[in-house]
Design a protein around this ligand. Structure first.
Ligand SMILES: C[S@@+](CC[C@H](N)C(=O)[O-])C[C@H]1O[C@@H](n2cnc3c(N)ncnc32)[C@H](O)[C@@H]1O
Length: 372
C-alpha cells in the first residue's frame, strides 16, 4: 500500500517530466499532456482519457483558474489568503507587506504588493462596488456558503469582462484558444469553456430553485454596479454550472487510492475556483489521478497509476479517507454534487438487484387502495 509520504513525493517530483521549454513558472496558459484527450461517455458526459499509455507519476495537467475566491474565516489574521491578481494568485502570509483595496471593499481582497494591485485594476474594478455594497449583508443574512457562491459568480463575470475587453469583437463567440503547445482544438478555453460546463436547474429541488432565483434577483441582476448583460435565468444557469464544476483548494493532494495505511487528510480549504480544463475530469471512488493546487493556485493533475490507452482519467471529488462505505460516498456525491456515482468501484459494490428492491419496498409506501 502506498504511504502518504510516497504520494506527497509523487507530486513533488514531477518537475522533471516537463520539458525545459515548458517551464511552468509564471506560465499564463494551461499545460496539457499531449496524450490527454477529451471524449464523451453516455452516462457521465464529457470525460478525460489518454490516447496512449501514461506512466504513474506523469504530470497530466496544469490548469489556471478562470476565477478564484479565498475561503478563510479571518482574512486579516490568516496566512492562507491568496493574492487577488490572477497572474499571481500566490499565498500572501499576514507577516508580508500585503496591500488592500484603496476603497476598503472587503478584507478578503488582498494583493502581494502594489504592483500586483495595479496589474489587477481592471478585473477588480468590476467586483469592487458589488463587494462594498453587498459582502457584509449577504454574509450576515445568508451565510458564508451562499456568499462564496455569489462572489465566485461575480469573479467569473469579472474575468469574462476582462476577456471580452481584450478580445476583438469578431472573436468573442469563439473565445481565445490555448497556446500553440497545448491541445489546439478539443479543449475550449476562457468563457467558452465555462459556458460549456455541465449543470442544470433540473438537479435542484423547487426550494433550491426559489432560493437561488431570489438571490440572483436581489444581488446579481445586470446593473450599473454589475454590468454583465446576462438575463437572470442565464445567471441562474451559471450558478448550477458553478456548483457542478468548482474545485475546493486544499493544501495537500486529493485522491490517493488505495487509501494509504496512515491516511493524512488534505487539510483546511483555503480557496474555491473554477478551472476550464480540470472541470472535464469525472469522479471515481478509485481514481487514477491525484490533484492538488500549486503555489500559484493552478490545479495540477498527476497520474497516480499507470494509465492504459483509452482509459478514462478520473479524480476524486472528495477526501476518500473520510467516506469509505458505498452509501456514504453516494450520499455525499448526491448531496454536494447532485449525481449518482456510476464509477467502477460503486457499480461493483452495488448490492444484487433483488436486495435493493427489497430495501426499496421496505421504505416505499404501498399504493393506496383507492388506486385499484
Ligand atoms: C465536473 S463535471 C465533469 C465533466 C462532465 N462529465 C461534463 O460533461 O462536463 C461533473 C459532472 O459529471 C458527471 N459525473 C462525474 N463523475 C461521475 C460519476 N462517477 N458518475 C456519474 N456521473 C458523473 C455528473 O453529471 C457531474 O455533475
Amino acid at each position: 500500500m502506498q504511504s502518504p509520504i510516497a504520494t506527497e513525493r509523487l507530486l513533488a517530483t514531477t518537475d522533471h517530466l516537463i520539458r525545459p521549454d515548458q517551464n511552468l513558472s509564471d506560465r499564463q496558459q494551461p499545460w496539457i499532456h499531449p496524450r490527454l484527450i477529451q471524449s464523451v461517455d453516455p452516462i457521465k458526459g464529457r470525460q478525460l482519457r489518454v490516447s496512449q499509455p501514461v506512466k504513474k507519476g506523469e504530470l497530466l495537467l496544469v490548469d489556471l483558474p478562470y476565477a478564484l475566491i479565498p475561503v478563510v474565516d479571518h482574512p486579516d489574521q490568516s496566512d492562507d489568503v491568496r493574492c487577488s491578481n490572477p497572474a499571481c494568485h500566490r499565498r500572501v502570509a499576514r507577516t508580508v507587506e500585503r496591500v488592500s483595496c484603496l476603497n476598503r471593499c472587503s478584507a478578503d481582497v488582498v494583493w502581494c504588493n502594489s504592483s500586483c494591485r495595479d496589474a489587477d485594476n481592471l478585473r477588480h474594478e468590476f467586483e469592487c462596488t458589488w463587494l462594498k455594497k453587498y459582502a457584509n449583508s449577504i454574509r450576515s443574512k445568508w451565510g458564508e456558503y451562499d456568499f462564496g457562491m455569489l462572489w465566485l459568480i461575480v469573479r467569473i463575470l469579472a474575468s469574462r469582462d476582462v476577456e471580452f475587453r481584450n478580445t476583438p469583437s469578431s472573436d468573442k463567440t469563439s473565445g481565445s484558444k490555448t497556446g500553440s503547445d497545448s491541445k489546439p482544438s478539443s479543449f475550449e478555453t476562457g468563457w467558452n469553456a465555462i459556458r460549456s460546463f455541465c449543470g442544470s436547474q433540473d438537479s435542484w429541488t423547487h426550494s433550491q430553485v426559489r432560493h437561488w432565483t431570489m438571490l440572483v434577483k436581489k444581488y446579481l441582476r445586470n446593473s450599473q454596479s454589475l454590468p454583465h448583460g446576462l438575463t437572470s435565468s442565464e445567471v441562474l444557469d451559471l450558478i448550477c454550472q458553478e456548483e457542478a464544476n468548482s474545485f475546493g483548494l486544499y493544501p495537500r493532494e486529493t485522491g490517493a487510492f488505495p487509501l494509504p495505511e496512515l491516511a493524512v487528510d488534505r487539510g483546511e480549504q483555503f480557496a474555491a475556483g473554477v478551472y476550464p480544463t480540470a472541470a472535464l475530469a469525472n469522479h471515481s471512488c478509485s481514481p487514477n489521478i491525484i490533484h492538488k493546487p500549486d503555489d500559484q493556485s493552478r490545479m495540477v493533475f498527476v497520474a497516480s497509476k499507470d494509465i492504459a490507452t483509452g482509459e478514462e482519467c478520473c479524480i476524486s471529488y472528495f477526501d476518500l479517507s473520510k467516506k469509505v462505505e458505498l452509501k456514504d460516498r453516494r450520499d455525499h456525491l448526491q448531496g454536494s454534487f447532485r449525481f449518482v456515482c456510476k464509477c467502477d468501484r460503486c457499480v461493483s459494490e452495488e448490492p444484487p438487484e433483488g436486495d435493493s428492491l427489497e430495501e426499496e419496498l421496505q421504505w416505499d409506501e404501498f399504493p393506496s387502495m383507492d388506486a385499484f
